[in-house]
Design a protein around this ligand. Structure first.
Ligand code: GLA
Length: 383
């Protein structure tokens, strides 16, 4: 659906003209499962977006519609549900709740939501709906909140209201993304640096079309395992607050004392942080040989040490690795299905996409979706 169409549907439904906000999904080039360990990530916003159309109402109701997702919802802003309802509208409700908790007096509103980010594919459809909703709700009350704060607040909504213990990466890049760039983000300080993506590269995102059930539970288990690692290292050095603070030397010195699983998780995080910082430098220098190596190491580490890849993701990556134009690839996002991201020289992206798709389908019997993207801007007010 295009913006004029969304605006027209809104007018038909609610009888007023809306303002429209757009927030993008993302891919992560490297730095996986490091954000909640206060480490480094390097995502880019991509051209799939969630659109939120909004207009004020004279009462205190929050009315949330979508023509794609089931159910139309109506809430009273003064008596919002205290916890998640189990519906897609929880992302909007969570944001409204956190905004009010932080002292923003929200106004009653009609909202119509249209999403084009594939759901459950690990491209951050939830962060996009949160970020677009936050800006939309704030726009009605003149709330001027800096974008990094919006990102924090949306993460809080997801952690405390929706109940997913995610890090800050997705919300941050959905707010702060910049066309043609990835963002190297320090998830502790929230300092970020734009890293230009060489102009001849396309981001080819390959959707395995699978999402294994263990995804949510396993995400939380990985977090708990990292916390166990932190407790152990902190008992040796009081300055250690997160795996971010553990150096490779310390890991090598004490690794053998840790239970094998915890050691593997810690190894991944500590080295992934180093890879991410190095990859940002290599990408900025157009050293694609090194970027490719680092992405390959990242995928292997996620597969063998962090154990969040799956057969389909490994096959999708193998299907890409020897094709002309391939300059690096890996699984992207939380894992257990979802997508791989590939850097591809732009003379070949269509041929590349077709051949990866054919190979994947032959090996798995599943028809994948392949998207050729570039890095785009973060959240925007469109009208
Ligand atoms: C999900 C979470 C992010 C991050 C990634 C793994 O996408 O939302 O915060 O933890 O997994 O890197």
């Amino acid at each position: 659906m295009q913006v004029p169409e969304l605006s027209q549907r809104f007018e038909e439904l609610f009888g007023t003209r809306p303002r429209i906000f757009r927030a993008p999904g993302r891919v992560n080039l490297i730095g996986e499962h490091t954000d909640y360990n206060e480490g480094f990530v390097m995502p880019a916003a991509v051209g799939f977006s969630t659109f939120v159309a909004i207009a004020a109402r004279p009462d205190r109701k929050l009315v949330v519609h979508s023509e794609q997702f089931p159910g139309n919802f109506e809430f009273d802003l003064d008596h919002l549900p205290p916890q998640r309802t189990g519906n897609w509208c929880d992302y909007v409700l969570g944001v409204a709740t956190v905004l009010q908790q932080q002292g923003h007096q929200l106004a009653g509103a009609n909202m119509l939501i249209h999403g084009e980010i594939p759901i459950g594919a690990g491209l951050s459809s939830s962060a996009a709906i949160e970020v677009a909703s936050a800006l939309a709700l704030l726009s009605l009350v003149g709330g001027n909140v800096p974008l990094p704060e919006v990102a924090k607040l949306c993460r809080q909504a997801e952690n405390n209201f929706v109940g997913a213990r995610v890090g800050i990466m997705d919300q941050f890049v959905s707010c702060m993304g910049k066309a043609g760039h990835a963002i190297l983000l320090d998830c502790r300080s929230l300092q970020s640096k734009l890293v230009p993506i060489p102009a001849n590269l396309r981001l080819v995102v390959c959707n395995t079309m699978v999402k294994h059930d263990l995804a949510t539970g396993a995400y939380n288990t990985r977090r708990a395992e990292c916390e166990e690692g932190v407790r152990y290292f902190a008992s040796h050095n009081l300055r250690i607050r997160a795996l971010r603070d553990v150096s490779p030397d310390l890991l090598d010195q004490h690794g053998r004392d840790l239970p094998a699983t915890i050691w593997k998780r810690c190894c991944h995080v500590v080295r992934e942080n180093q890879r991410t910082v190095e990859a940002a430098r290599a990408l900025a220098d157009n050293n694609l040989v090194r970027v490719r190596e680092l992405m390959r190491m990242s995928h292997r580490s996620l597969r063998d040490l962090y154990e969040v890849s799956c057969r389909e993701l490994d096959i999708m990556l193998e299907a890409a690795e020897d094709l002309p134009g391939f300059c690096g690839g890996r699984m992207t996002g939380g894992g257990f299905g979802g997508c791989t991201v590939n850097l591809v020289c732009h003379e070949n992206p269509i041929e590349f996409a077709t051949r990866v798709g054919e190979r994947y389908q032959r090996a798995t019997g599943i028809t994948p979706q392949i998207y050729t993207c570039s890095a785009e801007d973060g959240v925007q007010a469109l009208s």
